[in-house]
Design a binder for this molecule. Structure first.
Ligand code: ZN
Length: 151
């Protein structure tokens, strides 16, 4: 047991960036577990590749909030497939030397700075592309490492 405690102590980013509420209707940033389309944790299987982000539950049309003080660095093209155009947007956030991508968000704006809790935009209609999925914002680090330590 002490080994676990030691590991937690070593890897804890105790004074670093922490996610506040990302989506209206999900005050604790509950994450997607499992649905007919897959699972929402980092490293989940996506057929021949793995999931490089964490999926935070967010109903279609919900307000998406800045989870920390950040600067905005443009929108994100998620897909090349025109069949997925309805959810093909997102926003790039930077803070504390870290870079995050939020997928499936229609951003209100794509530059400037935001404070934690400010409105960033709207959750796109994920059910129209993936019927039955747990609609979610996909949170990905720009370097594709595991973002869980920031939750
Ligand atoms: Zn995802």
């Amino acid at each position: 047991m002490w080994r676990v405690a030691l590991l937690l102590a070593v890897f804890c980013v105790c004074d670093g960036l922490k996610f506040g509420r990302l989506c209206s209707g999900n005050s604790h940033n509950s994450r997607r577990t499992s649905d007919r389309w897959g699972q929402g944790h980092y490293g989940a299987s996506r057929g021949d590749r793995t999931h490089k982000g964490v999926d935070v539950v967010c109903r279609d049309g919900s307000v998406v909030y800045a989870p920390f003080d950040a600067t905005l660095h443009g929108n994100i093209i998620v897909y090349t497939d025109p069949q997925k155009a309805a959810i093909n947007n997102g926003i790039n956030l930077r803070a504390d030397g870290l870079c995050f991508k939020l997928f499936y968000v229609q951003p209100d704006r794509t530059s400037g700075s935001v404070r934690k809790g400010d409105r960033l935009g709207t959750m796109l209609p994920m059910q129209s592309v993936y019927p039955g999925i747990t609609s979610h914002v996909h949170v990905q680090m720009c370097d594709r490492t595991d973002p869980m330590k920031y939750f």
